[in-house]
Ligand binder design. Structure first.
Ligand code: BG6
Length: 469
């Protein structure tokens, strides 16, 4: 029991991973290479994704741990390249069979599968044919979605289309993609974005057509944007950035139309996407059943100064990313930071939940939230991650307060269920409830160890929340 507002019955207490970051088995059983396997920008001294947490071979042990943790839901992604190795060619029965086994294992343990269809791992073969710049990739995604619905539709109730499309556009380096700052390159980037929005809309429409019981939604990274001061210019910059970073993606997903502020920005720079005949109809026809989103921390911005400091994408993803000249990213002096310089803002989580709910009035599913940190495996086989417990407790408390504010929250799936490889900072940046004993290059035994946060979260789930203090 908790003295904070109650969460809805059947609340999906869960945890998340993504295929390329946790599975390993990068070329096992007919899997094709994805853009993550082909990455050339992995920082020196940092592991690649070939073995990751070896979940592909140890999924049974991992699911048993998730069950012991008490998870009601497990949010994971399907690797497109296991199902269709080259993205648009023959299906791979062995890859398809793996996800049947994983889903069956989850269901046997009473864990609801929440499936992301695409999490940063576009098939490399499609990338070589133009990737998301090509409209053929939209067709390939729609076909892939159809295969997933055909195969797993009778077992999976919750579907997520594309993970953090907005981060792929605003921070492509972390996904292994190049970022160029010419007008042509940026126009192409927003054309890719448009194609992903079309692909998502087609998947949502197909899901509703073929699986009337299923629910589907987008999964961007959404955070509230604070103005650095009450100066109207700072407030305007925050509003502009929010339109470009957040609402562009959700307005199209929910209402089938571009956010006017974001569109005005794109046209002012000459980088707006071209619409083909029928695009508007496709976008307008699709409706999500819920909004999934990932939350790590708010951003704080000031009016752009016109100088070099306005340029986004400094590599510090959560401080300065995105569109040059729109705003100037500033540190929020009221917030602490984690080991990696990311700001921590649990109250901002409540604010963000309210803001999304106010705009769209759809149920919300939190698909990521968590603390990346250096964990230590002690000699006695324990991992004392009290800092993670503190982070999660504060966020859960604020989520419960948001529920009391009237926000309809379906579930909470923090990042990550088990340690995995971070997008660009290796395996030493850990998020999991379960420690995976390996280093960047020494795989050791890949043994699984329950962290202190594991026992704590198990208790939170059993009590359906945290208490007020
Ligand atoms: C989100 C992604 O951006 O944040 C995950 O969906 C990612 O794939 C997570 O791992 C944490 O980011 P990072 O860079 O620390 O791995």
């Amino acid at each position: 029991m908790t003295d904070l507002p109650r969460l809805r019955p059947g609340f999906l207490w869960g945890a998340s991973t993504s295929a390329y970051q946790v599975e390993g088995g990068w070329d096992a059983d007919g899997k094709g290479p994805s853009v993550q396997d082909a990455r050339t920008n992995i920082p020196e001294g940092t592991t690649d994704f070939r073995v990751a947490g070896d979940h592909y071979h140890r999924y049974q042990e991992d699911v048993a741990l998730f069950a012991e943790l008490g998870l009601k839901a497990y949010r994971f992604s399907i690797a497109w390249t296991r199902v269709v190795p080259d993205g648009d060619g023959p299906e791979n029965p062995d890859g398809i069979a793996f996800y049947h086994r994983l889903i069956d294992e989850l269901l046997a343990h009473g864990i609801e599968p929440v499936v992301t269809m695409y999490h940063f791992d576009l098939p490399q073969a499609l990338q070589e044919k133009g990737g998301w710049s090509s409209r053929a990739t939209v067709d390939a995604f729609a076909r892939y979605a159809g295969i997933l619905f055909r195969e797993y539709g009778d077992k999976v109730r919750y579907w997520l289309t594309i993970n953090e499309q907005n981060m792929m556009i605003l921070h492509p380096g972390a996904m292994g993609l190049e970022r160029e700052d010419t007008v042509e390159a940026r126009r192409d980037l927003y054309q890719q974005n448009h194609h992903m929005l079309l692909a998502q809309a087609r998947a949502m429409a197909l899901c509703h057509e073929t699986l009337p019981q299923a629910k589907i939604g987008p999964a961007p990274n959404i955070v509230s944007i604070y103005p650095a001061s009450s100066a109207p210019e700072d407030v305007l910059a925050a509003d502009d950035f929010s339109a470009i970073r957040n609402w562009l993606y959700l307005d199209v997903a929910v209402h089938g139309r571009y956010n006017p502020t974001a569109w005005a920005y794109l046209t002012s720079k000459g980088i707006q996407p071209a619409f083909a005949e029928g695009d508007q109809t496709v976008l307008a026809a699709a409706r999500p059943d819920f909004i999934a989103f990932n939350y790590y921390a708010t951003h704080t911005v000031a009016a752009p100064s016109g100088g070099a400091e306005d340029v986004g994408d400094t590599g510090d993803a959560l401080v300065s990313l995105g569109e040059a000249g729109v705003y100037r990213a500033v540190r929020n002096p009221h917030l602490k930071t984690n080991d990696f310089g990311w700001e921590l803002d649990p109250t901002g989580f409540r604010i963000t939940l309210r803001e999304i709910h106010d705009r769209y009035r759809l149920p919300l599913l939190i698909t990521e939230n968590g603390l990346g940190a250096y964990d230590t495996l002690e000699d006695d086989g324990t991992v004392h991650d009290g800092y993670r417990i503190e982070y999660l407790a504060e966020h859960i408390r604020n989520m419960q307060l948001a529920a009391g504010d009237g926000v309809d929250i379906m579930g909470y799936c923090p990042w990550s269920a088990i340690d995995l490889v971070s997008t660009h900072q290796g395996v030493r940046k850990r998020y999991g409830f379960v420690y995976v004993d390996r280093d960047e290059f020494d795989l050791k035994e890949l043994a699984r160890v329950r962290k202190d946060s594991f026992f704590w979260y198990r208790d939170v789930i059993a009590r359906n929340g945290v208490s007020a203090s």
